[in-house]
Structure formats: C-alpha cells, structure tokens
Ligand binder design. Sequence first.
Ligand code: ADP
Ligand code: MG
Length: 701
Amino acid sequence: MDPNFLQTPITYLKGVGPNRAETLEGELGIRTYQDLLNLFPNRYLDKTQYYKVSQLQRSSADVQVVGKVINIKTIEQKKGKRLVATFVDDTGKMELVWFRGQKWIRENLKLNIPYVIFGKCNWYNGVFSMPHPEMELLADHQKGLKIAMQPIYPSTEKLSAKGITNRAISKMMQQLFLDTKGNFSETLTEAILQDLKLLPKSESLLNIHFPKSQELLAKAQFRLKFEELFYIQLQLITKKIIRKQKIKGFPFDQVGERFNEFYEEHLPFELTGAQKRVIKEIRHDLGSNAQMNRLLQGDVGSGKTIVAVMCMLLAIDNGYQACLMAPTEILANQHYAGIKALLDKIGISCAILTGSVKKSARKIIHEQLETGELHILIGTHALLEDKVQYKNLGLAIIDEQHRFGVAQRSKLWHKNEYPPHILVMTATPIPRTLAMSLYGDLDISIIDELPPGRKPIKTVHRFDANRLKVFRFIRDEINKGRQVYIVYPLIQESEALDYKDLMDGFESIARDFPLPDYQISIVHGKMKPADKDYEMERFVKGETQIMVATTVIEVGVNVPNASVMIIESAERFGLSQLHQLRGRVGRGADQSFCILMTGHKLSAEAKTRLETMVSSNDGFEIAEVDLRLRGPGDIMGTQQSGVLNLKIADIIKDNDILKSARYYALQLLKSDPTLEKPDNSVVRFTYAQLAKYRNIWNYIS
Ligand code: ADP
Ligand code: MG
C-alpha cells in the first residue's frame, strides 16, 4: 500500500462526505485516512458472553441478553414521553427504555421475535431496565461477522448529535480496511520486530480495530504503544545528539584558581558523594565544546546550592559571568545572602536584582554587568528584562525550574550572542518516567543522597480537634530552643477567605503563645516585600520562635534551627507542595517533625496524599504517587502537555514499554546515527513521514 494513500482527506472515504468530515476534524482532529486509522478505541466491550435475565447484576457493566419484546407502550411524564418495552427470556423479564427516536423504534421494532440486546442495565423501580439498547435480530446476529471484542471509540456530544455514533465510526473503519485491503506498510525494523516478537503493523491495526481475541488485542496494543513511544524517544535522542554537535557552547576548559581555592579552603562542609559526582558530570559538560543543557534533580535539602556555586566558579575561572534565577524574592534574597557570604572570601563580586531593587542601584548593576566588573548576578524574573545585558554570560542557573516556562528559559538564552550553558535545578523531583519522556533531550543529574547526620523527618496527621495537644507539643519544642513554622494555604480563588483563616489562626496562636515569652513572625502575600524580608529576617536570626505564613515560604527558605512544620488545612495542598513545605525542616541535626492538620471530612484522594506523606520522605516516591493521582498534564502544566498527547500509550501505565522503547531507540542511533543502513530505511522513512505530516516534534520548543 502506497503510504501516501493514507494522506487522502477523510472526505473521500465512502460514507463520510464534507459535513461529516468537518465534524470529524473539529471534534477528533481527523483530517486524513491516516488520522482515522490512528483513532484507537478507548475500550472494548466483550460480546462473547450471553446473560439470562435472572443473572443480571446491579453492576455498571454492559451485558448481552437474548429474548423477545412482548409489548411496547408510551408513558407520559412531566418531563416528556418515554417508550417502554417489556423484554423477556425463559428466566424473567426486564424493560427496554427510549427517550429519543421513539417513532422509529415503534415503527421498526418487531414483537415476539428473538433479539440480541446489548447495553447497560439499571435497577429501577424494582426491575432491570436498559436504556437505548443496541438491538439485533438473533437471526442476523448468528449470520453476522463475529467480533468478540467490540471497540468503543472516543466520542463527544457533538459527534453523537451529528449521527457519528460508535457504530458509524466502526463502519468507516471497515470501509478503510476494505479500501486498503488491510495492508499497511511496516514501520519498525525486522530486527526489532523479531527481538520483541511484535505483531506486524497490518496485523496490529487490524486487531486494534477488529480484535479477533483478547490475546491478539493485547499484542496489538503492545506493539502500537511501543511504536508510539519509540518514535518519540528517537526524536528526543536525535535532538540531543544534534544539540551536542551543532550548538556550540563556551568551553570551560580551566579548572582554575577560584574553584580550587574555594574547594580547598572555604567549603563549609565535606561534599556528599552525590554532590561530587554531579559536579563532575557538570564539569565534563562544561569542558566540552557543546552547550550544556542539564537538569539537576535533588530532593529538598540535598544541597543543590553549593553545586550551583561551584559551577559558577568554573564559569568565572574561564573568564565568564554567571547568573542564578530564583522564582521568589525571598528565595533570591536568601541565595544572595548565602552565596555572597561564601564568595566574599575569595573576592568575587556578586549582586542581587529583584523587582524591589531601586532604580539607582539597578543602573549600577546594569553598568557593572556590561563592563564585566560584576561576576555573578542573582535574582528573580527581573533578570529577564531587556535592560539586563551581560558582557559575557557563560552560565545561567535556574532554581526550582517547575515555575519557569520554556519561553522564559529561552529568553535567558537569547540574551547572548552564544547560548550560555544552562543548569536547571528542581526541588520537586520530576518522576523518572516523566523526566524521560519530557526531558529525554536534556541531560539529567541526580543528587540522591542527603548530607550526613540528617534524621528523617517524622510526619503525622492530626485532626483539628487535637489542636491543644499540638500546641503543647509546639511549646515543648520551643522550650528546647527550636523554632516552628505554621503554614496556611493560599489559593487564589479564595484569597479573601484564606487571608481571614490566616489572620484568625495568627490571633489564636498569639493568644496561646503570648508576648513577651514568645515572639511570632508573620509573612503573607499581601505584605510589602520589605516587610516580608524584615519578618523573615527576624525568624532566620532566631529572634522569633514561630513563623506563621502562607505558602510564600514554600521554596528554598533555610533555617536549620526550625524543627517543626505545621501545615494547616493540609488536605488543600498538593503532594509536591506538602513535600516542599516539609523540606523547610529537618535541615539541622535535631529530630524534626511535620504535622499535617485537617478536619474530619476528607476526600479519598486527600487521604491518599496524607498517607503518602506520613509513610514516605522520598521525593521521588512522592512524585510518582502525585503523577498517578493528578496525571501528567496537570503536573507539567499545559505548556508541556503536548508531549503527553499520546494516542495509545500511557506514560504512567506503560512505563516498562517506555524504557524498552528508549533502549531500542538508543541502540539504533548508536549503531546507525544517520539511519543509513538499508535495514533501517523503514525507520528513516517513518520518521520523515511523521515529521512531515504531524507536528509531533514540537514537544519542547
Ligand atoms: P536544596 O537542595 O534544597 O537547595 P540546600 O542547598 O539549600 O538544599 O542545602 C540544604 C542545607 O544543607 C543547607 O543548610 C546547606 O548548607 C547544607 N548542606 C549542603 N550540602 C551539605 C553537605 N555536603 N554537608 C553538610 N551540609 C550540607
Ligand atoms: Mg534550594
């Protein structure tokens, strides 16, 4: 079959026509024969079983029954008419009900002749009733082609309104198989097919649309999922190879004075093995001729900051500037304070740029950046303003990357004649599964080890009714010299309410922990940045024992003496947020605690989140649960959801297939980087077709 044939507009298919074609495109994005062929069923109905009326269950499964209609009548209701037929077999009777198309049914339904009916049964007023059953005369049913599994295609309201029912789509599919004789070009190499014992393409498509058995269906699904993931991985890996070959970066070939001096004399602690390994990986990238594009993942508190500092020193040793961008002002300030303290010792200049830096100070920063006097710039989004021009930016580090979109990342990139090396640090671990499919073209480093001496944080879930006990616990900890965070949710839609909750909470805490014995800081989104900083500062210095805050403190804040994190209305937080918040404690040598406060009313999902937090301290494990609960689109935001627009594979459930697809894609490109070998021509061809007809390559801009 000429593959171009499949590019024929769908309107040419018998039984489609311009009207249906328009609806198919609008609702399902189907423009060509190929698109229709790739419309895979969501599920299948098993029509191998026949039930007796007496066997019917009050379940939601579809059932198939053989029997006769013995009478039919119209029932008038306030809400409209319905048509009700009595259907019997030798074990009992049930009702069939129609709300629409009653005239047609009345005229065509035959009484006292055996039918096979199929549909969902409801238990209604003491009888089973099946609304809008599929019906076929038993005689026809016995003659007809037996499709054991009936495919159910995706549908929308508009499709059904326009008469494009599941049956209509099945008909189109049949037509397509007739026109093509079910003969489709193979899209995987012989070697892969044999190695994995995959079904050939034609047989897979046949069985996905007209399964002959459960077993063949499963094989067809496996093969098509593999193929889908294989081509995505092939693309991501190719992109990475091209980037490494084509996009030149500044080679940082010197490990110079600054780096060594700092490493030998000013490191505040011994690096963990994981930190050393990651620095080595980054150094290797920076030393090559290619631009680095690396994702650094590490759980909260794993010590990413010091890695960032060492990398910035590498840039400076090679005569370049570096910048570090953080998502919030508090975090930028904290980075600045910490990093400046370290770098002053070796005479490296460092400045901070955020929204609240005054115009006059800004001007100086802009000038010093352009002359190269300033080595390191730390800040927020303000770093992306057009006025910020570097003499020679060699390395850009982005902290907590999930808050920055792709567009912002590339904006940083375009600040320069040559792209700087990019290091993206995430504290919310991206599940490995997702990282592999989303960032398959980035290099990934993982810090999988916490600095020594950390005790795992003890996490408990407490109901609001036990607040007094919790307060007693807080008092004990404060008496031991510890500090406490109490965090309230702040979600935009209910900002006013949340603000009230926070203030009520603050007052009640202030009553229980009165001055002058107790000092309380408060930080929330409505405060001026300067006031926030002041309050934050008091807590950092240990002048206040309690920090009452909204989630502004979520990222990065580092107060090692704080040992208790209380999260109010914990059911309203997402898993990654809870884990982030918990990461604010457990940074010192003392045992730390996280207390999740909730009311008694909890959804099943909220319960799962709380249980996960109580049972695990591992960010990667938590991220996997989060992914399962929320789905990938939600986690990554709409911006990147294109990649998750998979036709048949499921990033979570088909993780094993994903790994295997990545492995085979890697092997193939290793042995034949340009896909020149005759055996691989099928892959080269398919890849080109995909790139030509489907814009699936724009996953990551
Ligand atoms: P994160 O990865 O969450 O950004 P930080 O870089 O803020 O973590 O580090 C958390 C805390 O651990 C800081 O107080 C930091 O000084 C400390 N730290 C980092 N690395 C080490 C280490 N190797 N040994 C001891 N403490 C460390
Ligand atoms: Mg950090």
